[in-house]
Design a protein around this ligand. Sequence first.
Ligand SMILES: O=C(CO)[C@@H](O)[C@H](O)COP(=O)(O)O
Length: 241
Amino acid sequence: MTPPLPRVRIAPSLLAADFARLADSVSRVPNADWLHVDVMDGHFVPNLTVGPVVVAALRHVTSLPLDVHLMVESPESMVEAFARAGANHLTVHVEATHHLDRLLRHIRELGLRAGVALNPGTPVEALDYVVELADLVLVMTVNPGFGGQHFIPQMVRKVEAVRRLLEERQLSCDVEVDGGVDDKTAPALVQAGATVLVAGTFVFKDDDPAGAVTRLRRVSGAVAGFPAAGPEAGGSGRAGA
Ligand SMILES: O=C(CO)[C@@H](O)[C@H](O)COP(=O)(O)O
């Protein structure tokens, strides 16, 4: 029997926060489930952001799970540093490594939840031989590199295909969506099978970030078949995160 769908979680993306006041931005979303941290290297994507030092600083100001999305070439060289810094989840792109199987196993061995991400142009078939090694699948709903872009509507179909794959294999993996997620785009994504909504602009460009998280939670909960639950307690590692 297919395991029950997990509740929908909201993960504000700090890319849209005020980088001069990151701790303050974190304190403005106490009702979030996870905090999403975008790591960009200027090679895999045409933008540069933060490294393990910033993740370690965030670790000191929050007990929320830190959901770290590595948009970097050869992420294998960095996973241990991010694990030491206090990341709870590490997501790597199928397009960024020659050794995806080994890398996902290594992330799990480090005691973290392993995520695998797909760029918009990458087919779901790329997951075929690795999905059993993943705790979450991240479907990029914009081309990675920048916040504030327009949601790509065809990605709803991709979320459906990922959900179908997980059901066929009877896997209880999270399906995370990232890019252009707001109260208009979220319902179709949740209906398609997304269980984690990453939202940057919608949350942090609002005068009331916590209110924006609540609105996303409300529209997600309104979609038939999904539990409209409140925020969970913070946690770490694979179990309970
Ligand atoms: O990974 C990325 C961008 O590459 C995202 O996490 C963005 O931060 C999402 O931002 P919005 O589209 O919600 O503004």
